[in-house]
Design a protein around this ligand. Structure first.
Ligand code: MF3
Ligand code: CO
Length: 249
């Protein structure tokens, strides 16, 4: 699939989509507490998207059965919200996307609930900062590989590892467009970033080894070694040569 450059008007629409995604994510964050059932997060997103008249981007995507991914502790991404209760000390990754006027925005955060271990808290902060390093590296006329190189060197310097089997992606007319945006690799690899490109940058960082496995539900991805994992994601547009984050207020 060729890389699609977006026009100014299309980016303006995606900015609205991005704000709706951020709003819904912040609502989820404010609801998180021990005893909350994962499905309640899904119901909240459904209600919020209905109210804002946007389409959930994840529901029915390749058969995915929910509007939000909820991935707890050693789960990396794509956890399906179910009847499980959130516990004190859990780290909870929430990932969601919406479609507004035909355009998709996609974002994720990881939040510690209650009394989180210092190591888990550090993992969350390093992953948040890894996303910021990736965003800062995303500039016009720079290769996509610069993003992954910035993320990988920072994360490994902190003693954590970067997931390889799942990557960021172009986004906009579809949830997953070219190019792929790895969170690792060489800065002179990958296609050139250009004005008008829109991508989702989404580092997934493991406290242990980077290898992953998939559950029998065929969705939930978790660390092979059982270590904790965190995930942050923003949708960004290359505008005036730099990254503009679309999934922020
Ligand atoms: N943000 C996720 C990603 O880029 C999208 C979830 S895919 C779904 O991989 F199928 F769960 F919707
Ligand atoms: Co994504």
């Amino acid at each position: 699939m060729p890389i699609v450059l977006k026009t100014r008007d299309e980016i303006a629409i995606m900015r609205v989509a991005g704000r709706i995604v951020d709003d819904a994510l912040q609502k989820l964050v404010s609801r998180l507490r021990p005893g909350l059932v994962e499905k309640e997060l899904d119901e909240l997103v459904r209600a919020e998207f209905r109210r804002r008249k946007v389409i959930p981007a994840f529901l029915d995507y390749h058969g995915y059965p929910a509007t939000v991914c909820v991935s707890i502790n050693d789960e990396i991404v794509h956890g399906i919200p179910g009847d499980r209760e959130i516990k004190d000390g859990d780290i909870v990754s929430m990932d969601l996307g919406c479609i507004y006027k035909g355009f998709v925005a996609d974002a994720a955060v990881t939040v510690g609930v209650g009394a989180v271990s210092p190591e888990a808290q550090r993992l969350i902060e390093v992953t948040r900062q890894a996303l910021q390093r990736g965003i800062d590296a995303a500039r016009a006329e720079t290769r996509v590989g610069a993003i992954g190189a910035a993320i990988q060197s920072y994360v490994e310097g902190e003693g954590f590892s970067v997931v390889r089997e799942y990557v960021g992606h172009g986004v906009g007319r579809q949830m997953h467009e070219d190019p792929q945006v790895p969170n690792y690799g060489s800065s002179d690899s990958g296609p050139m970033l250009r004005e008008g490109m829109v991508i989702a940058i989404e580092p997934m960082v493991n406290a242990g080894d980077w290898h992953t496995k998939r559950d029998s539900d065929n969705w939930t991805v978790r660390t092979l070694d059982g270590s904790l994992s965190a995930h942050f994601e923003h949708t960004i547009a290359v505008r005036d040569g730099e990254a503009e984050v679309l999934t922020l207020p």
